[in-house]
Ligand binder design. Structure first.
Ligand SMILES: [Zn+2]
Length: 246
């Protein structure tokens, strides 16, 4: 049921949504936050909600990127619970999801996520923010370089740029494209949630790029495919077993 990310490139429309899926604290994009549940839900929204929850469950139970991150969070003392830490909501614009650091909740935009492969990517991307939030004291609001670092890691490790590679393969050389894609996506993510100039966002990303691009925790490699992610997951579990035997 799950669509292979490498085998099925998204439609143009889905990619447009995917491109701006980032958000961390830009509440204006998440009108359902701070709102009571609507009592007049139309049937189509109800269906969106159910579909979102089903796709989320599929991601959490079968996607190796997500499974590795969930395991790493657990080991860092931040166990993620499906009911408590994920919320399917309607969002403005074309964002796919966001991480609300105030509640440690991942918001999934049920009106913008229509495919399992997109759900996999959004959940992975936001789980990387949640992982960073758990292991480090990230100052999401005041320090734009902290945000830049987490956005670089999320773009680098979530497979966001692997898909782009598939599409851009014939336009650019593959070498160097991955880095250019990560830089570009990180900058756009910052601009989506912070009122900073493009120059400031670029400066923040460039200042921390090398350190954060090379920080591959908890994957230990750049997972370019599900097979890579599965190997990384296995290695992560073995690393733990090895440490436990010391
Ligand atoms: Zn992000």
């Amino acid at each position: 049921m799950e669509q292979g990310e490498a085998v099925s490139p998204p439609s143009a429309a889905e990619e447009k949504v995917g491109k701006e899926e980032e958000d961390d604290l830009g509440y204006r994009l998440f009108p359902d936050r701070n709102k009571n549940p609507q009592s007049f839900l139309v049937r189509s929204l109800f269906t969106f909600h159910n579909k979102c929850q089903l796709m989320l469950r599929m991601t959490l139970e079968t996607n190796p990127y997500a499974q590795l991150l969930l395991e790493a969070m657990k080991q860092s003392g931040c166990t993620v619970f499906n009911d408590r830490h994920f919320s399917c909501e309607n969002c403005d614009g074309c964002v796919g999801g966001g991480f609300d650091s105030a509640t440690s909740q991942i918001v999934l935009c049920q009106n913008n996520i229509h495919h399992q492969s997109h759900m996999n990517r959004v959940v992975t991307h936001e789980l990387i923010h949640a992982f960073d939030h758990c292991r480090a004291h990230v100052d999401w609001f005041k320090n734009v370089r902290h945000l830049a670092c987490s956005e670089i890691r999320a773009a680098n490790l979530s497979g966001d740029c692997t898909l782009m590679n598939e599409i851009a393969r014939f336009k650019f050389g593959l070498k160097g494209h991955h880095q250019a894609c990560v830089r570009d996506r990180a900058i756009r993510s910052i601009l989506a949630v912070r009122k900073v100039s493009k120059e400031m966002a670029e400066k923040a990303v460039d200042e921390v790029f090398d350190a954060c691009f090379n920080d591959l925790e908890p994957f230990g490699r750049i997972p370019h495919s599900k097979t890579d992610a599965k190997r990384a997951f296995r290695d992560f579990q073995n690393r733990d077993r090895y440490n436990a035997n010391l």
